[in-house]
Ligand binder design. Sequence first.
Ligand SMILES: CC(C)(COP(=O)(O)OP(=O)(O)OC[C@H]1O[C@@H](n2cnc3c(N)ncnc32)[C@H](O)[C@@H]1OP(=O)(O)O)[C@@H](O)C(=O)NCCC(=O)NCCS
Length: 161
Amino acid sequence: MICVEPARLVDAGAIHSLVTFWADRGDMLHRPIGEIYEAIRDFKVARLDGRVVGCGSLHIMGPDLAEIRSLAVDESVQGRGVGAAIVRACLEDARNLGLERVFALTYRPGFFEKQGFRLANVMEFPQKVWNECVRCPFFTNCREVAVVREVSGPDLSVPLA
Ligand SMILES: CC(C)(COP(=O)(O)OP(=O)(O)OC[C@H]1O[C@@H](n2cnc3c(N)ncnc32)[C@H](O)[C@@H]1OP(=O)(O)O)[C@@H](O)C(=O)NCCC(=O)NCCS
């Protein structure tokens, strides 16, 4: 039985390992462990028999916008709905906080489209580009794709649980 719940400080090491595993393969950006501790309240984890098998975080960018970051699922449980459940948990948080839109920069836009996101131009999120992307070593050669989703509204293609 896999459950998704808010991360605790003790999960930071497991989150770091998961993110590092995929970042080393070029599938996402690295996150230093210190940054994960600082952002631990943003993180959800998926647990299987107590073991962390997935993670993702919702980072608030402003009064109406947040970003899903560091979404990663252990190879052993991929394709079982864990990634979708973590995204759903982040969207539920966003809705409870009163946010209007959630975006992500990703190498897996197809996955996010399945969760009700649409492709976007990264310049729709200038606070991300000019505060953070400019400091990224891949800024001038970025392959990530922007995706965005409204948090509420009558046309939700993926209902929030
Ligand atoms: C992308 C990732 C998070 C997906 O997690 P997952 O638990 O395997 O995905 P799920 O089982 O929840 O899939 C949900 C749906 O998305 C689809 N999907 C999964 N990965 C996909 C992909 N790369 N492209 C398109 N669709 C995808 C699934 O087929 C499923 O479709 P369905 O609802 O019609 O059955 C996972 O593969 C991963 O951790 N990859 C490495 C890190 C990474 O790329 N992170 C992405 C953020 S940068």
